[in-house]
Write a protein of this length. Structure first.
Length: 242
């Protein structure tokens, strides 16, 4: 039975340019066209030495270009004309090919909505409706790194691999998860929080005591039990109260 999206996950998170992106990427066909251009032309065939500020490549305009001598990086900053989405390309002498899609998620409170959404978005998408495609790709790909982060004001989905075909496969999974997640209620209950009866002795359920459970909930319980994390969190609140 197909589950319906959980309405509480249609939340007011400030994702920069996400509204404009969805106006352009209105269906899977347009999304695939943009994804193809993004991977084939902007990343794989990009030659930073020939790109100049003001030049365009497949709908992207170069607005900055510089070097980082300490790491021998050539950096190009581009902006997509239709969606106003920024793309940062870093060329380095490294066998790994890294990709990351990031959103600005400034939290209005401390309820952890962005963190829960980060987890739930990876539990199946329009093109990949299977359970946990993210974890399935960990064992089925040649990745050298796969993860997703929720920072204090951003959410990022990133991976790296030394194989180009693997790079394209992983990027397809990541972009579909980022822009077309299923956001099912059951996934929210697993990743966010839920109430369960406490286990009694010898694995028996207790009929009168409830407890909160959930992947993100347990993660944050562990983080908030660490003195270093508590100090860092308190320091940041004092330095940036607003």
């Amino acid at each position: 039975k197909k589950t319906k999206p959980f309405p509480l996950l249609i939340i007011k998170i400030m994702l920069r340019s996400i509204g404009n992106i969805k106006n352009v990427i209105r269906n899977q066909e347009n999304y695939n066209k943009i994804k193809f251009r993004f991977s084939k032309n902007v990343i794989r065939n990009s030659d930073t030495k020939n790109l100049k500020v003001g030049s365009t490549i497949e709908g992207y305009e170069v607005f900055n270009k510089f070097k980082i001598p300490a790491y021998n990086f050539d950096v190009v900053q581009l902006k997509h004309k239709k969606t106003d989405t920024e793309h940062l390309h870093i060329e380095a002498k490294d066998g790994n090919n890294l990709f990351s899609v990031n959103f600005k998620t400034v939290p209005p409170d401390s309820k952890g909505v962005a963190h829960i959404l980060e987890h739930t978005a990876l539990c199946g998408s329009k093109k990949y409706p299977i359970r946990d495609p993210f974890f399935n790709m960990i064992s089925r790909s040649l990745n050298t790194y796969m993860n997703a982060w929720t920072g204090s004001d951003f959410t990022g989905y990133m991976f790296s691999t030394q194989n180009i075909k693997d790079y394209e496969n992983l990027m397809s999974v990541y972009l579909d998860a980022a822009f077309f997640p299923n956001l099912n209620r059951e996934d929210f209950l697993q990743e966010g929080h839920r109430l369960e009866f406490k286990e009694g002795e010898e694995g028996k359920e207790s009929n009168n005591e409830l407890e909160f459970k959930g992947v993100v909930y347990n993660e944050m319980k562990g983080a908030m039990a660490d003195p270093g994390s508590l100090f860092s969190d308190k320091l940041q609140k004092e330095l940036y109260p607003n």
